[in-house]
Design a protein around this ligand. Structure first.
Ligand SMILES: C[S@@+](CC[C@H](N)C(=O)[O-])C[C@H]1O[C@@H](n2cnc3c(N)ncnc32)[C@H](O)[C@@H]1O
Length: 319
């Protein structure tokens, strides 16, 4: 029997996907484990490489089978297997890649001996290159402790550049045009209101919003084989799509169900719809000199701080 719709099912997606009727899904979005040793609660994210590829081959084949002839498949994947999976989707499953989107995010994990990762790959694949949903009008749109917020917690030596080299998205709006394939959305980090707090890979609702608005219509069926915190399904529900998700972890599935129960069709998406204008640019940012010294703590003399010398002169007009 086909799984119940508008629900998240606590089961292995491969088994669940096989129960789906052929050609029943309008849009699938998958953010699978990247096989990088991430610590999920039940899934062990460290398969031998060939095993991971074979597993990926199997579940992606089921997604493709379940897609409608004019259906769309978005795959989020890390650098480690991006090349192999893109070739697999195109050459073995005969999908056509419409866009290779780079999701550039801030608040990634800081690395010491390599550039900090600040992107994931998003492959936009369609079954039929001549017939697919792409709602252009639905998706049109027009860090920074140190540079903008005058935050005392900022490391005075700054940070290593991300591996997408750019100063700050707010300072380079022409670098992130709506029709470009480098997108900027902050990662849902620990302090964000949007953060559910119990799943480390929660994706931003606004990112899913763009994909679901562009590639499906109200009433369409949106599938997520790796539901995690339930972001895809939550956004699909808010945008009045039907939805279906699988999640291996009983705990995650239960929490995601609670998240879904709290929202209604038509609710606004979490997060800033236009991240480029949601925070001040560098010129208009807050400076340490604008702040009153914190009670009980002595303000450090910037000139006397040897580490501070490493920073280029970011503020030619002061402080
Ligand atoms: C990267 S996370 C997805 C995060 C999600 N995009 C979100 O915004 O919360 C991958 C999820 O896949 C789940 N998972 C791993 N193997 C699975 C399988 N065979 N079937 C279903 N879910 C699986 C993991 O438990 C994890 O929650």
């Amino acid at each position: 029997m086909a799984p119940q719709l508008n629900a998240i099912h606590n089961r292995d997606c491969f088994a669940g996907l096989r129960k789906l009727d052929e050609g029943s899904v309008h849009l699938a979005f998958a953010d699978p484990p990247f096989n990088i040793g991430y610590d999920y609660d039940v899934y062990r994210d460290s398969l031998e490489s060939q095993k991971y590829l074979q597993w990926s081959r199997q579940w992606t084949a089921e997604v493709v089978r379940a897609l409608k002839p004019d259906g769309t498949f978005w795959l989020a994947i890390g650098d480690e297997y991006a090349a192999e999976l893109k070739v697999m989707l195109q050459q073995e499953h005969e999908l056509t890649c419409r866009s290779w989107v780079i999701w550039y995010y801030t608040f990634g994990v800081n690395c010491k001996y390599k550039f900090s990762r600040s992107h994931a790959h998003l492959f936009h694949m369609v079954k039929d290159p001549d017939k697919f949903t792409f709602n252009i009008d639905a998706i049109r749109v027009p860090s920074a402790r140190q540079l903008v917020y005058g935050d005392r917690r900022a490391n005075p030596t700054g940070r290593l550049p991300d591996d997408t080299w750019i100063l700050r998205p707010q300072d380079l709006p022409e670098g992130f045009q709506p029709d470009g394939d480098t997108w900027y959305f902050p990662r849902v980090c620990g302090t964000f209101k949007e953060r559910t707090g119990w799943h480390g890979c929660q994706m931003p609702e606004q990112l899913l919003g763009r994909i679901i608005r562009a590639c499906s219509n109200e009433g369409d069926l949106v599938l997520d084989p790796f539901a995690g915190s339930g972001t895809t399904l939550a956004v699909a529900k808010k945008l009045k799509r039907r939805f279906l998700g699988f999640e291996l972890s009983a705990e995650y599935a239960q929490q995601a169900r609670k998240r879904l129960a709290r929202i209604s069709p038509g609710d606004p998406l979490d997060g800033a719809p236009e991240p480029l204008v949601s925070a001040p640019d560098t010129a208009n940012g807050r400076r340490l000199k604008d702040l009153k010294p914190a009670a009980g703590r002595k303000r450090r003399n910037r000139d006397a701080d040897p580490q501070q010398q490493c920073l280029p002169n970011l503020f030619p007009d002061g402080p």
